[in-house]
Design a protein. Structure first.
Length: 250
């Protein structure tokens, strides 16, 4: 075979090699970021992970026929990791907010959540959200609760902590007066480890939609939306809501 024939063969093989790489990339294992340690959404159970977010994503991935692995991360690190392509997806009780939509893409909402406040059972000075003014308020850094406290609670002393567990420990120890955070996690805590120690302050502070986060322009957004629509239509999403929250709303 002469040089010209070799060159022709190389040119013919080139597109096939590129196509093969593209196919492998499209089928690659997806890295899914989540703030593990935030039951009932994502938490370690034995050698595996469980929770509402984990099970919703598992159903989506099954419909996409994609392998995936969960990457535990602190909440504040999730969006930067997605932007630097260290994650393919965020599934972590991620509220859909305009400022986030500027830097990442979201799936359609798969859950309706919001913010509530929690205080110690023996704290009689806080009865309603209006009583939060001027109090020491703890929450997890990087969450929408931080902005809510800054924007809506007058003269509050904000304590940002690495995780919601740290914020709850600070509340129990008396270092803060209140925790403001996502409604499902605080209700779960109030009915389990915090039972008879803390009480929920109602009404809720803010209602927000939860979606999955993707890199800007990711083709996974449309694909995930198809799967979420199917889960809503056939009742799987409602069943997961009932399993984890005792409600069918999504």
């Amino acid at each position: 075979m002469n040089r010209r024939q070799l060159l022709q063969l190389g040119l013919a093989a080139g597109p096939a090699i590129v196509l093969s790489r593209a196919v492998r990339a499209a089928d690659a294992e997806l890295v899914v970021g989540s703030n593990v340690g935030a039951p009932p959404f994502a938490f370690k159970q034995g050698d595996s992970y469980s929770g509402f977010d984990v099970e919703v994503w598992s159903e989506v991935a099954k419909g996409l026929n994609r392998k995936w692995r969960l990457q535990p991360m602190e909440f504040g690190a999730l969006i930067p990791a997605l932007q630097t392509h260290n994650l393919d997806v965020i599934v972590s009780q991620l509220f859909i907010k305009p400022e986030r939509q500027q830097v990442i893409d979201f799936s359609t909402p798969y859950y309706k959540s919001g913010l509530i406040a929690l205080t110690r059972m023996d704290n009689t000075s806080i009865r309603t959200p209006a009583d939060l003014a001027g109090k020491r308020i703890g929450t997890e850094t990087g969450t929408v609760a931080v902005n809510y406290i800054k924007d809506h609670i007058k003269d509050a002393t904000l304590e940002q902590l690495p995780s919601i567990n740290n914020a709850l420990l600070a509340l129990e120890a008396g270092r803060t007066d209140v925790v403001v955070y996502d409604k499902p996690q605080l209700l779960y805590y109030a009915n389990t480890a915090g039972k008879n120690k803390v009480r929920v302050i109602l009404p809720a502070l803010e209602g927000l939609d939860v979606g999955m986060g993707f890199q800007k322009g990711s083709p996974l957004v449309a694909a995930a939306n198809v799967q979420l629509a199917a889960m809503k239509a056939d009742g799987r999403l409602a069943a997961l809501n009932r399993k984890w929250f005792g409600e069918a709303s999504s």
